[in-house]
Structures are given as C-alpha cells and as structure tokens.
Ligand binder design. Sequence first.
Ligand code: BES
Ligand code: ZN
Length: 442
Amino acid sequence: MTPQLTEFFEFLRFPSISTDSRHKDDVRACADYLMQKFTGMGLKPELHETPGHPIVIARSEVKAGRPTVLIYGHYDVQPVDPVDEWATPPFEPTLKGDKIFCRGATDNKGQHFSHMLGVEETIRENGELPVNVIFLLEGEEEIGSPNLAPFLKAHQDELKCDICAVSDTGMIGPGIPTMTYGLRGIACLDFKIHGPTLDLHSGVYGGAVPNPATIVSRIVASLHNPEGVVRIRGFYDKVVPLEQWERDMWGSLPDGNAATLAETGAPGLWGEAGYTALEQRWGRPTAEVNGIGGGYQGEGSKTVIPREAMAKLSFRLVPDQDPAEILQLAKAHLEATCPDSCRIEVELGHDGPAYVMDPHSSYGKAAQNALRIAFSDEPRLIREGGSIPIIQSIKDILGVDTLLLGLALPDCQIHAPNESFTVSNFEAGIRLNRALLEELAK
Ligand code: BES
Ligand code: ZN
C-alpha cells in the first residue's frame, strides 16, 4: 500500500450517505476530513454550512494573469442496500487485484481524490501550481444538489473561474481515455393510486372495485408504445436530434450494442427503434420506472386488494427539453390515464437539464491533450446517459463550461452493491490532473 492509497482508504471509510438522515454526522465527518486534507496540502479550505450537508471549498494561491480552474466533485455517496449482496463490508475498502471495493470508490471519492493528490504532488515537487485552483466539493449530489445552485449564486464572485473540470463520468473501457461532452438531464416524480379506503378481501370484492396495483400497472404500461417510444404528449417536441458526426463517431467505437448486453447481463436490448444502444443511452430521452409497489410482498399468497399502490418515475432528458415542462406533461398524462374509479396523487421531485459543450473549443482541446498524456492513447468523444445537474448551473451562474474527464469503468457498479475503483485509474487520475493543469496553463 502506498501512502496515497492508505489515505484514500481513510477517506472511503466515511459512510457519507446523503439521503439517509441517520448518516448526517458521517457526512459532516467526511467534510471535516477533507478540510484537514486540504490544509495539509497547503490550500486554504472553507467549510460552508447549508440547510443540508456542508460544502467544502479549497483555494490555491492566486496569481494574476493565469487561468483559474474550478474542480468540482461530491463526497456524498449512494445508500448501500441491498447490503446482503456485498461480498465485503461496503465501507471497509478492500483491495482485490487492481480493484478497490467500497461504496463511493468510483462515485465519486476516488475520482476527485485523485485530482486532490495530483495537486498535492505538483505543489510538493514544484512549490506551486501552473494555474489557480478552486476545489468545490459538495455533500448532496446524490440527492440532486438542492443547495448548490443557491450557493453558486451567493458566492459567484469568489468562485469566478475560467473553466471547470469534473471527473464524475465514465470511460468506455480500461485504458481508453474518454472525454464526455454531454450529459442527460433528469426529472423525477412519484405517484400514488388510492382506491378503496381499506385493504379488501379480493374474493369478496374483487371484480367490482378497482385494484390500485392494477391501475398503477396500466398507467406505467401507458408510458411507452410497443416500440419503446414515450407516449406522453409533447415529450419529444423540443428534442434536438443527434448530429451526424456524433452518430458516426459513436458508430466507430467498439460495438455498443454488444457492450451494453455484456455490461448489463440483459438477455436482449429494448427501446426506441432506429437508434443504437449508445445513441439511446447518450442522446435520446427516456421514461423509467425506478420503483413500483403495492399489496402483499411477503411469502406465499395473501388474497388482498391493496387500498393503494405507487410508482416512482424518472425521465432522462436531452437538449433542449425543459425539465419543469416535462414534469407538467408527465403529470397531465398520468392524471388523464387514471380512471375515475381511483384517485391519483402526483408528487414532483428534483430535476435538472441536459448539458452539452463543444469538445473542439480550446479548453476542450487542452482536456484532450491531458487525456492523451495520462493514458498514451487517442481520446474518444462521447456523451453520457447519467446526469450531473449542477454542470448546467455552473454554466448558467458562473458562465463557464465544464470538462468532463471521467474515470468510471463500465464494470465499476456505481449505485449497486460491490462498487469498485481500480488502482490503475486512481493513479491515472493523479497523472490526468497534473497534465490537465499544465495544458490549461498554456
Ligand atoms: N456520477 C453520477 C452521474 C453519472 C454516472 C454520469 C455515470 C455519467 C456516467 C452521479 O453521481 C449520479 O449518479 N447522478 C444522478 C443524478 C442525481 C440528480 C440523483 C443520476 O444520474 O442518477
Ligand atoms: Zn452517483
């Protein structure tokens, strides 16, 4: 174990699960750890309270006449359940071969910690950095960053920068440098169907009264036609079609359909006709059911008509869909599809727009040079299906683009049991940070 890995393991041990209030103190302890680390590196850290979890800022020495780079990351992590499916304890980092297993190893602790170590190495070796650096690490990304946009607005002068860099996206394969120039947006909602006022005997009343679980299923089934096209009226109205150069570039990558099957283990592909798996994942909008429930879930059978049932939906969005408008369209669709025999209750959740930048801009080219140096290979240009809503807020509020230089591998299992990050990518992240700051200084 190198001293750098030992430190990384210390950072990984904090169970900083932002969505679970029982872990509130752990999230804060993790922020305190970052404060100490930044101080030790020679940066000036600040802990900013929010109505939720704290935001950590750390600044390097500022020299006039050189660019300022904002490096964003998130130290909060996803919950660990189903915990029984972890082969090792989720918050005890475990090294097996090149892989470090731990919740948050890839998403996102490993990725931003390697940037921190890159900065630390440069300062140690050269006494200074080639650019001004501001780290911005939040503890609420996995719950939709509710307090970060207001924070950016309130502190826009102190956060003034020329470009933002983030490693919180994927690589298309081990050793293949990947620059992501777009992310999908997101819009979430929950709905509940209320039927009878109490659970009923399904023999005594079945047939004559609506079954909320059946109605939820019918509504969920109404979201797509058999070809996988979303049936919500107006859903596609503002969708910007994929450009031919993007389709060509993604078509030149190793077979995305086969990779999608291999990564997911699904017996077959599904979805909108006329698009490859990569085009669907990176450049087309979707409607997904993230949770569905109602009625008896225990062992054996129980003949009951549940009095209510629910589903949780999320929509992935592409430019120029407006998340708030999509939520209204979806709500109208759900309400219109619910029969009069039941009552529907829709609760809108968090949302954020899609993001795209020009990968051929001068900063985009600098990022590609850095990837080339760190991985000794030609960078591939992709978009990603996941969402980091704050990236568009950084554009809107601070006025700068973000270079998305992700280090997540296809088999890293973020958000799932047995998440891992490789030691190779941890080290590549350190090299990437060093090359990036050099290239951005030119
Ligand atoms: N790092 C991910 C987003 C991501 C993953 C982008 C893979 C590209 C490739 C991030 O931590 C995340 O999970 N974001 C959430 C969004 C949020 C609003 C809950 C997501 O995409 O579900
Ligand atoms: Zn995540």
